[in-house]
Structures are given as C-alpha cells and as structure tokens.
Write a protein that binds this ligand. Structure first.
Ligand code: CUA
Length: 329
C-alpha cells in the first residue's frame, strides 16, 4: 500500500508546479519566450495545414477528370526563393529571441543586496547554506519577495556532494544542474509570496523521485524573522535532556549537526531547527510527530533506499530521541 505520509493532503493547499504559472523571474522570461515560440509554431501549423486541406478538397478526384497530370512547375525562382527565405527568417527570429532571453537570464549581474544561498545536492536531499547569514538548513529554502521595482533577487550557487542532480522549481526558474566538482549559478526574483514545490530533475539514483524541495517566498519582514530564528543556537530544554543524551550517544551525531552540541556530522541534514521545516526526508513526509517517529525508527518505511540507516532503537529510546528532536524549533 502506498501511503502518502500527509504530503498529498498537504499539497492540495499548495499550487502544483506549473511552468505556465510563473511567480518569479526568470520563469516569467521563459514563459514569455515559450508563448512566442508556441504562437509562431501554431501559425506555421495553421498555414501549412490550411493550404494542405484546401488543396486536398479543391483538387480532389472528380468524375469526368481526364486522368492527365496537372501542369508541373520546375525551376521557378520566385517560389524557391520564397520557401527558402521565409523559413530562414522564422528560424532567425526564434534564435534571436531565444538568445536574448538566455542572455538576460544568464548574464544578470549579482546586485550587492542579493541574498546568497549555497545549495549542495546529496543523495537524496538538499543541503542549504546561507554563507552571509550563518544559516544551515535543508530541503526548504526561504527567500524574500523581490519587488520588481526594486529587485532583491536570491542567487543560488549549486554544487553536488556525490552525483549529478538538477534544481527545478517550475514556477520560479528553469532547471540548473548540480554537478560534482563544479559550481553552477542561478537566480530567482519571486514577486509573489507562497510555497513553491520543486523536484530534482536529473536521475540521481534510487530515491531521485523523492528528492523534493520547497521554496518558501516570504514578505521581507517575515523572512527576516525566519532568518533571526534560524541564526539562534539549538534549543536546550531540560525536559528533553534524556532524549538528547540518547541522540548524542548514538551514531546520529556522525551524520547530523545540532549547532551548539556534540553533533557535528555533515553527511545528513542539519537538525538545529528541524521543527521549523514542513517536511521530512526531502519532502517525502510531512513533519508530524508520528511521521518523525516512523522516520527515526526506519527511514526506508517512508523512503525506500534512503541512506539513513534504521538505528534499531528500543521504543523508549525512540520516544526519547523524537521528543528531543521536537524541541529543536
Ligand atoms: Cu537528485 Cu535526482
């Protein structure tokens, strides 16, 4: 039985990814170019199809035809000139408009007020770092709304820790690959607040299909609140001390970081503020207490092939670790 771990239900309140519903540049630039290309191609299809239909009907076989071939036209310079030059012009217009869009997207300068984010692809999750803000998170990228009159775009430096991945949030921008030993750059300037769903768009192994991501676009003030909360060290609630001790004495700490504790692994997502995230397992499940317990018990129940092992904790240990993680807001 395929459970949706709450993700399907939760997604119904989110707009589904759609390339024809852009909420940001450069997705808008790409949409404009796509509609122009579709219009040109539709025009060609209508003209060619119309002439074809006209000829088939107008010159169909009729009773009383004399059976001779119609006049054949060879070497007509005007006709050959027309059917060579017109397609050439169409192709040139499409090439030039496409090149112009590519240039405005790829050559856009990084303004000094840009938000800088480093995204590192892993099998099968996204490490998200804000180098100027000392924030480390995963799978959910918070960015401010960019006012078109006074843009504050977010620039993303894309890298990979293992294999090739591809960053794709259709409503915000086109795809850009994350390639080992290389840094690719892209940017987004979203004009509408909201949560936008994305997906790794390059086959990267067993759980490629569950390498989901979210970009949460917030009004500037709200985004700044998020930044302030993320910059804080991990919560240290005395009531969760037992669970914290279990967490810190298992292999969890080899892969996960909780800032301000002995946990400083880099192989898995930073858990300092895990409860501030909507989802678990890179969008595989909603971040509910039940799903969190299931995930800790055995991640493969939610995401078969996930590289996080089942820790074989006893029920008491599991409850302790889960209640500790639930304090990391
Ligand atoms: Cu990462 Cu597909």
């Amino acid at each position: 039985m395929a459970a949706d771990w709450g993700v399907g239900a939760a997604n119904s309140s989110l707009s589904q990814p759609a390339v024809f519903a852009p909420a940001a540049r450069p997705a808008q630039d790409i949409e404009t170019l796509a509609w122009f290309t579709i219009a040109v191609c539709t025009g060609i299809a209508l003209i060619v199809g119309g002439l074809l239909a006209y000829s088939i009907i107008r010159f169909r076989a009729r009773p009383g035809d004399d059976g001779r071939e119609p006049p054949q036209v060879y070497g007509s310079n005007p006709i050959e000139f027309a059917w060579t030059v017109v397609p050439l012009l169409i192709v040139f217009v499409l090439i030039l408009t496409t090149a112009r869009t590519i240039y405005t997207v790829q050559a856009a300068p990084r303004p000094p007020n840009a938000v800088n984010v480093r995204v590192i692809g892993h099998q099968w999750w996204w490490e998200v770092r804000y180098p100027d803000l000392n924030i480390v998170t995963a799978n959910e990228i918070h960015v401010p709304v960019s006012d078109p009159a006074n843009p504050t775009p977010t620039f993303l430096d894309l890298e990979s820790a293992d294999v090739a991945h591809s960053f794709w949030v259709p409503q915000l921008a086109g795809k850009t690959d994350l390639i080992p030993n290389r840094k690719n750059t892209m940017w987004i300037a979203p004009h509408t607040a909201g949560t936008y769903l994305g997906q790794c768009a390059e086959f990267c192994g067993m759980e490629h299909a569950l390498m989901l991501l979210r970009v949460i676009v917030q009004p500037r003030a709200q985004w700044e609140q998020w930044v302030a909360a993320q910059r804080k060290p991990a919560a240290h609630e005395p009531a969760a001390a037992d669970g914290r001790h279990i967490f810190e004495s298992t292999a969890c700490v080899n892969c996960h970081t909780v800032r301000g504790s002995v946990a400083n692994g880099r192989f898995g997502p930073d858990l300092t503020h895990i409860m501030s995230r909507d989802t678990l397992g890179a969008g595989a499940a909603m971040n509910t207490p039940d799903n969190l317990k299931t995930w800790i018990r055995d991640p493969s129940l939610i995401k078969p092939g996930a590289l996080m092992p089942a820790m074989n904790l006893s029920d008491a240990e599991l409850a302790g670790v889960a209640s500790y993680l639930e304090t990391l807001r």
